[in-house]
Write a protein that binds this ligand. Structure first.
Ligand code: TXA
Ligand code: MG
Length: 321
């Protein structure tokens, strides 16, 4: 750890202790972090993001031992945490009555979402702060998630008091949010596909993941329109029209411009890491060149393709008016 990072981590921990917000690099996306036990700090997160209050936040911890102070783990939950932590898996579990996490974090539910992030800087901040950290993705509600410190700074540039410290952890390695799983009485539910693939999770469970019957109830955050650029988004496009930018994948790229290729070799891990940054770049290009939409090449649905297609479908969904 370089001295400069050590100083920044200490500043971030101080800011959290003072009830202030921190731009926190994780391996999935950048988070907008607050002391999870401080009601005012958590309320500031909702205010800064313009997030509907009913959408609960993920609590970031060092390990299973700390998570157990706040959430009740059964054997399946413990097996998943042991297999994937630290890493891009969030578990939604019964909230312990003794947890000191702000009730605002759970948004009135009797469950709590916990995860241990893998990014070394996130882990240093968790250690230096010493308590649970609530952190949604550091974007205005409904907009594209941030995968660089510049994205975080730009998101809150209009409100310089919103975020005290933005830590620079480089580009997010995974580039998609964590997978959210709720181990239910029968099957474990996949509430949000993400950086841990369905196959890897099902291999640990020894059983298939189920989809929630009604995701409005199970995952209040799963709003239909989300991750949305300003331009319209058109999916499964073999080519752009004259009025569109193109987001290619593998062989599907062509001589178009503006255009970017998520992965010329068709690698879904590389595509996930590039997805949000490339959507932003093409959104900027659309604004500059007055184009109406971003056309997106078909992306296979296996592995990380499930989460990539989930985010693209939400980016393309009708916008709230
Ligand atoms: O990768 C990630 O998970 C990132 C990084 C920063 O850790 N965080 C993130 O947070 O994506 P956010 O707030 O953008 O998305 C959290 C999702 C929301 O859809 C929310 O509704 C859901 O988690 N969630 C949180 N607590 C829940 C609960 N108790 N029950 C069901 N869903 C919950
Ligand atoms: Mg988010």
């Amino acid at each position: 750890m370089s001295d400069a990072i050590g100083v920044d981590v200490a500043r971030a921990a101080d800011a959290l202790r003072a009830g202030r917000l921190v731009g926190l690099p994780t391996e999935t996306v950048y988070g907008l972090a607050a002391d999870a036990t401080n009601d005012d700090a958590v309320a500031r997160v909702f205010a800064a993001k313009g997030r509907p209050r009913f959408n609960p936040l993920i609590v970031h911890v060092a390990d299973v031992g700390t998570a157990e102070r706040h959430a009740a783990f059964d054997d399946r939950a413990r097996a998943l945490a042991e297999a994937f932590w630290p890493g891009p898996l969030t578990l939604v579990l019964p909230r312990r009555a003794t947890s000191d996490v702000s009730l605002l974090v759970s948004a009135g539910l009797d469950t709590i979402a916990v995860r241990a992030p893998a990014h070394p800087i996130a882990r240093m901040v968790i250690d230096a702060f010493g308590g649970p950290i609530a952190a949604p993705s550091a974007n205005p509600s409904g907009a594209i998630s941030p995968t660089s410190p510049a994205h975080v700074r730009a998101a809150f540039a209009g409100d310089p008091t919103a975020v005290d410290v933005v830590l620079d952890g480089g580009p997010s390695a995974v580039g998609l949010e964590s997978t959210i799983v709720r181990p239910g009485p029968d099957a474990a539910l996949l509430l949000r596909p993400g950086g841990a693939t369905r196959d890897a999770i099902e291999a640990v469970l020894g059983a298939p993941l189920a989809l929630p019957a009604n995701d409005a109830v199970e995952a209040p955050g799963m709003l239909q329109s989300h991750y949305a650029p300003t331009a319209e988004v058109r999916l499964d496009a073999d080519a752009p029209t004259a009025d569109e930018a193109y987001l290619g994948f593998g062989d599907r790229h062509g001589p178009y411009r503006p255009a970017l290729n998520l992965s010329p070799t068709g690698d879904l891990v590389e595509a996930a890491a590039n997805l949000f940054a490339y959507l932003r770049r093409l959104d900027d290009a659309c604004r500059r060149e007055r184009l109406a939409a971003i056309a997106v090449a078909p992306i296979p649905r296996e592995g990380l393709g499930e989460a990539i297609n989930d985010r693209l479908a939400r980016a393309a969904a009708p916008r709230p008016t």
